[in-house]
Design a binder for this molecule. Structure first.
Ligand code: NAD
Length: 254
């Protein structure tokens, strides 16, 4: 039985990862602060836990609970995340702490606390996949705490790849570009706050700047996560795989 713990499983990329892992015969343990936004098919989740990942006590409680029902974990997908869009000068300590807690501290400690389950029994292929962002490499104004968290998760991915190689666990990241999920829409709403702006038009116009000619979808990222978790790619570790339709590869001429 292959078991995957997937955070952020209620929505967007995490929900797509849960569906795709389940389709590949993984038993999926979903984690999120909210219930699934769209009702998943009955066979997606083995277990589903509502956890506020910004709270260490809830992470502990979650790990304690699943340790009673399962005997190992093969894959951890650290996907839960959020952004707060504000000018640097207006970011409060709470804004900074909350974004870092969910996007960086939770993957750090959830992975640490799941290690006993990840190193249990005989295994040939276990791995962690962190969802970073193109913002770890290049960014835009008003995303300072988010960008810091995503730079952090890509750096954490490299150091954990080195440390966990000793226990035969690979650690990789995916850096998605613009993916059509509730977070992307919220981000546009915050960036283009004027009521005169038509968000759908903005999103469609921005797609023209992506070499692939479109924003991505959850499945585009779930496929990359599955690739990194796949046994056949057992020599891939410490990698941050950019999945952005070519966006970062391009030099702007404007
Ligand atoms: P989303 O808003 O659809 O999903 C994020 C999920 O994280 C939500 O279900 C939310 O409830 C959960 N979450 C937030 N705070 C939480 C908390 N305290 N505890 C537990 N769960 C919590 O957004 P998404 O686009 O699917 O984002 C998933 C990941 O992908 C995030 O890490 C995000 O930074 C990353 N990402 C998204 C994009 C994009 O364009 N959508 C691009 C790059 C990276």
């Amino acid at each position: 039985m292959k078991i995957a713990v997937i955070t952020g499983a209620a929505s967007g990329i995490g929900a797509a990862c849960a569906a795709e892992f389940a389709a590949k015969k993984y038993q999926v343990i979903g984690v999120d602060i909210q219930q699934p936004v769209e009702k998943p098919t009955a066979d997606v989740f083995l277990e589903y836990h509502t956890v506020d990942l910004s709270k260490m006590a809830q992470i502990d409680e979650f790990v304690e609970k699943i340790s009673k029902t399962i005997d190992h974990v093969d894959v951890v997908v650290n996907c839960a995340g959020l952004t707060i869009v504000k000018p640097f000068q207006q970011m409060t300590e709470h804004d900074f702490d909350y974004v870092i807690a969910v996007n960086l501290k939770a993957p750090f400690f959830l992975t640490q606390k799941l290690l006993p389950l990840m190193t249990r029994g005989e295994y040939s292929n276990r791995s962690v996949v962190n969802i970073s962002s193109v913002h770890a490499t290049a960014t835009i104004p008003h995303m300072a705490s988010y960008t810091a968290s995503k730079g952090g998760i890509s750096a954490l991915t490299r150091t954990l790849a080195l440390e966990l190689a000793k226990v035969k666990i690979r650690v990789n990241a995916v850096q998605p570009g613009a993916i059509q999920t509730p977070m992307l829409i919220e981000g546009y709403r915050a960036l283009y706050s004027s009521p005169d702006v038509n968000l759908e038009e903005c999103i469609a116009k921005d797609a023209e700047n992506i070499p692939a000619g479109r924003q991505g979808n959850g499945k585009d990222i779930a496929n990359a996560v599955l690739f990194l978790a796949n046994e056949e790619n057992s020599f891939v570790t410490g990698e941050s795989l950019v999945v952005d339709g070519g966006f970062l590869a391009r030099l702007s001429t404007k």
